[in-house]
Write a protein that binds this ligand. Structure first.
Ligand code: HEM
Ligand code: HEM
Length: 160
């Protein structure tokens, strides 16, 4: 998988990941932004997430095809984690839509909010924070190298 890692340390990944991180940070803090910004930004947030997945599409297809064949344990872990992350993100998004107080009513769809969806949205969004932190932790080397190379323009080893 060294070849994949070399290719993945590229500038477009870095900028998309930076936007993704900033958007995720803001979307995860509705207490600070207020609910209207939280809801509208959550819709916009779909763009960097899809972009992030498109940039890794080859990796996703390749590892999925090889999943039942020998693979480095780190790659296998990342694949399983990424799938769980995707499912959880979808649950958070759709439960968010079901408890919408601003965006859906403004689109002419008033909702009677069921406390079950509210509590599911709150619980899953908190779990998503923890899972995303682990997703970032396992890519920490990449993050440090990408910051040095693309933000501080320092030479870094080609190994990443
Ligand atoms: C639906 C949620 C997400 C999914 C399915 C997902 C999926 C992926 C995939 C497939 C990769 C490349 C393979 C690997 O794991 O090594 C990856 C890498 C990465 N992701 Fe995510 N990701 C998600 C959310 C996020 C979020 C919210 C952030 C930032 C806060 C993030 C930051 C990163 C970073 C820094 C890398 C490593 C660098 C790179 O190759 O781009 N991801 N992610
Ligand atoms: C996919 C991205 C989303 C993330 C990461 C996210 C995250 C969160 C978080 C962390 C909270 C606070 C939970 C707590 O108080 O413990 C919250 C509350 C809330 N979210 Fe989201 N959310 C997302 C999508 C949405 C969407 C799409 C909508 C509606 C269009 C929405 C509507 C709401 C509402 C109304 C609350 C307040 C609910 C309550 O206090 O019972 N969210 N969200």
């Amino acid at each position: 998988m060294k070849e994949k890692k070399k290719k993945s340390l590229n500038e477009s990944n870095f900028w998309v990941n930076l936007v993704l991180f900033a958007a995720f940070f803001i979307v995860s803090a509705p207490q600070s932004t207020g609910i209207p910004i939280h809801e509208w930004l959550s819709f916009v947030f779909a763009v960097p997430i899809i972009w992030h997945l498109v940039l890794h599409w080859k990796w996703i297809v390749k590892v999925t095809q090889r999943f039942f064949k020998p693979l480095p344990s780190e790659t296998r872990f990342n694949h399983i984690w990424d799938v769980l992350l995707f499912i959880l993100m979808a649950v958070v998004f759709f439960t968010g839509v079901l408890v919408s107080e601003v965006a859906l009513p403004m689109m002419g769809i008033p909702l009677e909010i069921d406390p079950f969806w509210s509590s599911l949205h709150n619980t899953t969004s908190n779990l998503l924070l923890v899972m995303t932190a682990i997703h970032l932790a396992v890519h920490w080397d990449w993050i440090v190298k990408a910051f040095k190379r693309y933000l501080f323009r320092k030479p870094v080893s080609q190994k990443a």
